[in-house]
Design a protein around this ligand. Structure first.
Ligand SMILES: Nc1ncnc2c1ncn2[C@@H]1O[C@H](COP(=O)(O)OP(=O)(O)O)[C@@H](O)[C@H]1O
Ligand SMILES: [Mg+2]
Length: 305
């Protein structure tokens, strides 16, 4: 198996804001070179805090944050040279055109002139380069912010929920851009999201964070394998409590969920058995299927695996 060097590593990273509770607890992140690493977790899980720590935007004495093999707190400038990021709302000049915006940052960062055209082309903004940014859609503004982050041609790009607030088209454009950055521009990309479906469409590697703890880390295939091993069946019945009683003798039944019973099932083929057990116990089954694929369900699967 090919062993790829980790571009980002954290070693037992914990963090609390002043006077507060632990927001991150023992996070061992490992982002392989060349990966699109989807950092997945619900709101409040600790994604932004983690990314801010990786970029040195929050004070942290932990020597175990390493980027490109260098410790963050001793090699900050070297690391910044090789890293681009998009964390907060971008600060763009709305009264200037896309190209003029890039020109401001290009001069500030002292990048070659040709680079501005290049990043406009990478982000698909060449045709809109002479339009004022205030006339840009949200998705175009987001792409322009990514263009700014790419000006110094970083090897690593760190983005915090870049598709938040975008319409479906804008989301697709950002997804395709990230794919292109990885495949054709050779970048390693760390991108956070609270949407499992987004991460599944894009990532090669996944880290799942929940209440400040990393519940899963591995390849996307590894995650999908785990999901297959633990299907979650959802069964709509007329007598909920009776159904739970019957099924809990053989299966792990999850806490109540509307009019349906949810059962962790190592093998979806056991649906027939479940149906039989219920019907012969006097429970009417109106629907039985594999539960939908969202983050909340994935957590239950991981925790019960
Ligand atoms: N500046 C802050 N001071 C105190 N608590 C904070 C601060 N920023 C975030 N938190 C808390 O830290 C936790 C993680 O937040 P955050 O990293 O923003 O999560 P996410 O980005 O996954 O939504 C939340 O409980 C949040 O309320
Ligand atoms: Mg956040």
């Amino acid at each position: 198996m090919e062993i790829k060097q980790a571009v980002i590593e954290t070693d037992h990273l914990s963090y609390c804001f002043r006077g507060g509770e632990k927001v991150l607890d023992d996070i061992n992140l490992s982002v392989p070179a060349g990966s699109i690493y989807g950092f997945l977790g619900p709101n409040g899980a600790g994604k932004t805090t983690t990314l801010r720590l990786l970029l040195g935007l929050l004070r942290c004495e932990n020597p175990g944050i390493r980027l490109f093999g260098h410790q963050l707190h001793t090699s900050r400038i070297e690391i910044m040279r090789r890293t681009g990021s998009l964390i907060e709302q971008p600060s763009l000049y709305l009264h200037l055109t896309g190209q003029e915006n890039l020109e401001v940052f290009r001069r500030a960062y002292d990048c070659p002139k040709s680079r501005a055209e290049k990043v406009l082309s990478i982000t698909g903004l060449s045709n809109a380069a002479h339009k004022k940014v205030k006339a840009y859609s949200l998705g175009m503004k987001q792409r322009l912010s990514i263009a700014v982050a790419l000006l110094h041609d970083p090897e690593l790009l760190i983005m915090d929920e870049p598709t938040n607030g975008l319409d479906p088209n804008g989301i697709i454009e950002i997804r395709e851009l990230i794919r292109d950055l990885s495949q054709n521009q050779g970048k390693t990309v760390l991108v956070s999201s609270h949407l499992l479906t987004e991460v599944e469409k894009l990532a090669t590697h996944v880290g799942i964070i929940h209440q400040g703890r990393l519940l899963f880390q591995g390849t996307l295939a590894g995650l999908q394998n785990l999901q297959r091993q633990q299907s979650l069946l959802e069964i709509e019945v007329d007598k909920l409590t009776r159904a739970e009683q019957i099924l809990s003798t053989h299966f792990q039944v999850l806490p109540k969920h509307g009019f349906a019973v949810q059962v962790v099932c190592p093998d979806a083929d056991q649906a027939a058995l479940i149906n039989y057990m219920l019907v012969s116990g006097g429970v009417r089954v109106s629907r039985l299927g594999v539960a939908g694929n969202d983050l909340e369900k994935l957590f239950l699967q991981i925790i019960s695996a």
